[in-house]
Write a protein that binds this ligand. Structure first.
Ligand code: NAI
Ligand code: AKG
Length: 430
């Protein structure tokens, strides 16, 4: 299954439309939410090490800014495309809205396989991209952050380029940057920490004992590795991990601290860890584990592999990992899905804290960051669970409805939605 097989933008529009209908909202709400307010395409000519110029293509999508500046990561991947970036920016709006974070959704991407670039080429591309999107970003406009194949080091190059253009330091223009130049303690771990907090809450709902549970993960980058670390700390046995190069399996549990040490320099793939058997992605999805965590890219849980899933909890650490057909099968099987826009919202939450600290120029201890993150994640989880109970729907639909309700309140406050359009909805909400 590839990201081309299902268009994530069509998927997110379909889900928004369904939620707008279920909430009894006017079609006008869908008309506003279905498109990003701004989509920029940029050409990125980079002089390669061999002297030739390669012209890459990049995008930045800004969905809606009614709650605050837009916010979201930058992805470097060969399969980046316009519709993927649009969908990712809409998901950002929804996740910020669910957790009551005063940001709208943004997302960026560059079509590139970073593994094929030297470090100098990667740095030049990162700086070129930021220069090209400079007119539309900034701490009060749109604030980028890391996503697939971008790291604190890349954020460091990007902020340096932006600061040099502006002529002074503007730490709040990007988050997920190195701590020494204004990054927040806890941001590197935040998405995985948030994922595990939602798993802990789901286990509470399902009355599962996590210390007796097993898990399998797809993806061992920033999000996957941190998720594994915190699951391990909770006593969950992580038995399988796959990544872009293959997979590893150990029925007794993979030695997570040793694996984290193995991938520490960022050059090693988890699948090359020798202290375990190898396993394919397909086999990993069908293992008899309690918790399954896609933490890689879109369209991984499909109609082909969903029938074989045995897990009780599917925690969507990745954005958009489940196709609509896969989703239907998960529902029929009664699997508790923690939807992406809730599950992985820990990243943007601590990015928000980073931006707040940059704005105050006063920095918090890591315990404070983690405590606030937990409060936000539990707040979002409870709101979604309450909506699920109220509407007797899936967690995914509940999450969309919570997010849309929040955005609608801001549209109403700004006069975008007229009272008559809200009448039925307001009656239903009484
Ligand atoms: N970095 C962050 O703070 C956040 C990331 N996310 C989402 O989490 C997911 C992972 O992001 P990161 O960990 O940051 O990226 P990353 O670049 O650090 O890691 C990606 C991982 O996925 C693996 N992978 C890629 N293609 C694969 C495939 N076809 N099959 C199996 N594994 C594959 C890679 O080998 C790598 O282990 C993405 O969907 C991203 O949008 C969501 C919220 C925040
Ligand atoms: O940290 C952020 O601002 C954005 C994280 C992100 O890209 C995501 O949640 O998908």
């Amino acid at each position: 299954m590839t990201t081309q097989d299902h268009n994530p933008y069509d998927i997110v529009k379909g889900l928004i439309k369904e939620s707008v209908t279920t909430l009894g909202l006017n079609e006008n709400v869908y008309q506003v939410l279905k498109k990003p307010m701004r989509m920029l395409e940029v050409s990125l000519p980079v002089r390669m090490d061999d002297g030739t110029i390669q012209n890459f293509t990049g995008y930045r999508s800004q969905h809606i800014d009614i709650l605050g500046p837009t916010k979201g990561g930058i992805r470097f991947h060969p399969k980046v495309n316009v519709d993927e970036v649009k969908a990712l920016s809409i998901w950002m709006s929804l996740k910020a809205a669910i957790l009551d974070i005063p940001f709208g959704g943004g997302k960026g991407g560059v079509i590139v396989d970073p593994e094929k670039l030297s470090v100098r080429e990667l740095e030049t591309l990162s700086r070129t991209y930021i220069r090209k999107i400079t007119p539309i970003i900034g701490p009060q406009k749109d604030i980028p952050a890391p996503d697939v194949n971008t790291s604190p080091e890349v954020m460091g190059w990007m902020i340096d380029e932006f600061d040099q253009l502006r002529g002074y330091n503007i730490p709040g223009m990007i988050t997920g940057k190195p701590v020494i130049i204004g990054g927040s303690l806890g941001r590197l771990e935040a998405t995985g920490r948030g994922v595990v907090l939602t798993i802990r809450e789901a286990a509470r709902v399902l009355e599962m004992d996590l210390s007796k549970s097993t898990a399998a993960l797809q993806g061992f980058g920033n999000v996957g590795s941190m998720t594994a670390k915190f699951l391990h700390e909770l006593g969950v046995k992580v038995v399988a991990i796959t990544d872009a190069k293959g997979g590893i399996y150990n029925e007794e549990g993979i030695d997570i601290p040793a694996l984290l040490e193995f991938v520490k320099d960022g050059k090693n793939y988890a699948s090359k860890f020798s202290d375990a058997e190898s396993i394919t992605n397909e086999k990993m999805f069908s293992l008899p584990v309690d918790i399954l965590i896609p933490a890689a890219i879109e369209n991984q849980v499909t109609k082909e592999n969903a029938p074989n899933i045995q897990a009780k909890i599917l925690a969507e650490a990745a954005n958009g990992p489940t196709t609509p057909e896969g989703d239907k099968i998960l529902e029929e099987k009664g699997i508790f899905v923690i939807p992406d826009i809730l599950c992985n919202a820990g990243g943007v939450t601590v990015s928000y804290f980073e931006w707040v600290q940059n704005t105050m120029n006063y920095y918090w201890k890591e315990e404070e960051v983690n405590k606030k993150l937990e409060e936000h994640m539990l707040f979002g989880f409870d709101k979604v669970l309450d909506m699920k109970k109220d509407k007797q729907c899936r967690m995914r639909d509940a999450a969309y409805m919570v997010g849309i309700n929040h955005l609608v309140k801001a549209m109403e406050a700004r006069g975008w939605i007229k009272d008559t359009e809200m009448e039925k909805h307001n009656n239903d909400m009484k």
